[in-house]
Design a protein around this ligand. Structure first.
Ligand code: ATP
Ligand code: MG
Ligand code: MG
Ligand code: MG
Length: 467
């Protein structure tokens, strides 16, 4: 069966082309004409209006390999990176779609055929979940495909609210949504974790690989659902997770592509701790940051640019932790381009600019990083369990440490951060600035990077508007 990332991409698209699907290129990480969505977080984003019935395509079946980013939006996996075997910020999603054409039966049967006949996954390692009342999907799995009922799990509203379920997919708080059926792979008893639906399902033994969403509804602001004009299918499978299985490894970070990025990160940071979670974080973040720049996002103090800045600074801080005291992150770009430039020509075409933008941001942050880390180390020297909001705010306001970066450091040391205190300090400063008749734009323009790094009061407000 296919094994490398490149072979997997191709075999996936070939399979769905043979089933009458039109192959569609990956769309940019910044969704076109969609101010409500921060980043493309799944393959269906470029088809959102097709599901809503306001856009028409010359085909009713499509397949793609989509570049996705799950950081700073509704689907945010930034905090998982370095902690689970299966989460990235940037990843590639293999997907196939039916726009009012086929529905549950074909979708599930083709998924099964691809996994067991093309990729030759052992059927007894596969599990499926369905939404609690989706008898149709349950019966297709058990009666038509022949998956034993013990390995087909019904999952209800397990996330505390109506339609708040692992098996009810929503792109955002509103828009196309519906029940789904997910396929899991059992990595075997040597990995910790329980089957889907069990209390320890969050482990890395049973890994979710493929989500088959049956789009039937358009979620309204008030939480009610309206039927979509025509039921559709939207599927997504994580390329890196599939590659891990096909390459016989238990973690996404052990696949060929990541091993090379990790080796490059070790080379540039000068570490020989090859198992360090920091190397995984850096390898993950270079993909996110390079693709963001290539797709037109530059680090800034609000919105998408601020998410970009936060990811870059986290990566730099991990390099610093490994002992690297000067800019290194941008030097990973050529390694990334060598690995992904062929599949993503836009990345290759923008490589020089990507390096430039990252380098500038790195140089800027290195001016305050060491001093900020000293303050943080000092504040934590007494072994307390919580960092004060005042210190977190000072780090943010003066040293350019986004709150989540400070939290990332604290989490490594088993310390929490007083976020209420942080918000209060932020609010106080804002009021003082207002009272002094200062406009926030003055402060933003005042950004010097040196000793006075201002990261924007209105960042949190801006983010609240975009999911
Ligand atoms: P998980 O429960 O593991 O966080 P998910 O349910 O959030 O995954 P979906 O929204 O269903 O994921 O996305 C479809 C598929 O995309 C998943 O089945 C998985 O294979 C892949 N995927 C999702 N999030 C990530 C990620 N952060 N990194 C890598 N692959 C991912
Ligand atoms: Mg998730
Ligand atoms: Mg899931
Ligand atoms: Mg899922």
């Amino acid at each position: 069966p296919p094994n490398t990332v490149a072979d997997i991409r191709k075999s996936f698209l070939d399979f769905f082309a043979s089933k009458g699907h039109t192959i569609v290129p990956s769309s940019p990480l910044v969704p076109a004409n969609d101010p409500t969505l921060m980043f493309t977080n799944s393959g269906m984003v470029q088809f959102k209006d097709v599901f809503l019935g306001t856009d028409k395509r010359p085909y009713v079946r499509a397949a793609s390999v989509q570049a996705c980013l799950r950081a700073g939006g509704k689907h945010n996996d930034l905090e998982n990176v370095g902690y689970t075997a299966r989460h990235h910020t940037f990843f590639e999603m293999l997907g196939n779609w039916s726009f009012g054409d086929y529905f549950k039966r074909e979708s599930l049967k083709w998924a099964w055929e691809l996994l067991t006949e093309v990729y030759r996954l052992p059927p007894d390692r596969l599990w499926a979940t369905v939404y609690i009342d989706d008898d149709e999907a349950y019966d297709i799995w058990t009666k038509e495909i022949g998956l034993p009922p013990e390995r087909v799990v019904r999952i209800g509203d397990n996330k505390g609210g109506k339609y708040q379920s692992d098996n009810f997919w929503m792109m955002a708080d509103t828009g196309p949504c519906g029940p789904c059926s997910e396929i899991f792979y059992d990595h075997g008893p040597e990995v910790a974790g329980g089957p889907p639906g069990s209390p320890d399902a969050d482990g890395d033994r049973y890994i979710e690989i493929w989500n088959n969403v049956f789009m039937q509804f358009d979620m309204q602001e008030d939480g009610s659902v309206r039927p979509l004009p025509a039921p559709c299918v939207d599927t997504g499978m994580g390329l890196e997770r599939l590659a891990a299985i096909l390459q016989g490894v238990h973690s996404n970070y052990e696949i060929d592509l990541f091993q090379r990025l990790i080796a490059a990160a070790a080379r540039e940071t000068g570490t020989d701790e090859l198992d360090s979670p920091s190397l995984k974080v850096i390898a993950d973040h270079i993909r996110a940051c390079a693709f963001l720049v290539a797709d037109g996002v530059i680090p800034s103090n609000e919105g998408r640019g601020y998410v970009q800045r936060r990811i870059i600074r986290r990566a730099i801080r991990h390099g610093y932790k490994l002992g690297r005291k000067t800019p290194f992150f941008h030097k990973l770009v050529p390694d990334l381009v060598a690995l992904m430039g062929e599949a993503y020509p836009n990345l290759a075409a923008n490589a020089a600019r990507v390096m430039d933008v990252l380098k500038t941001e790195e140089e800027r942050f290195y001016e305050t990083l060491a001093h900020g880390m000293e303050i943080l180390d000092h504040a934590l020297a007494d072994g307390q369990r919580e960092l004060s909001g005042e210190v977190a705010f000072k780090l943010h306001d003066t040293y350019g440490f986004p709150l989540d970066l400070t939290q990332d450091v604290c989490r490594e040391r088993g310390v929490s951060v007083d976020t209420a205190g942080f918000n209060a300090a932020m609010e106080r400063q804002k009021n003082q600035a207002r009272a002094a008749g200062k406009f926030k734009m003055d402060r933003v323009l005042d950004y010097t990077g040196a000793g006075n790094t201002f990261v924007g009061y209105d960042v949190l407000e801006t983010q609240a508007k975009i999911v």
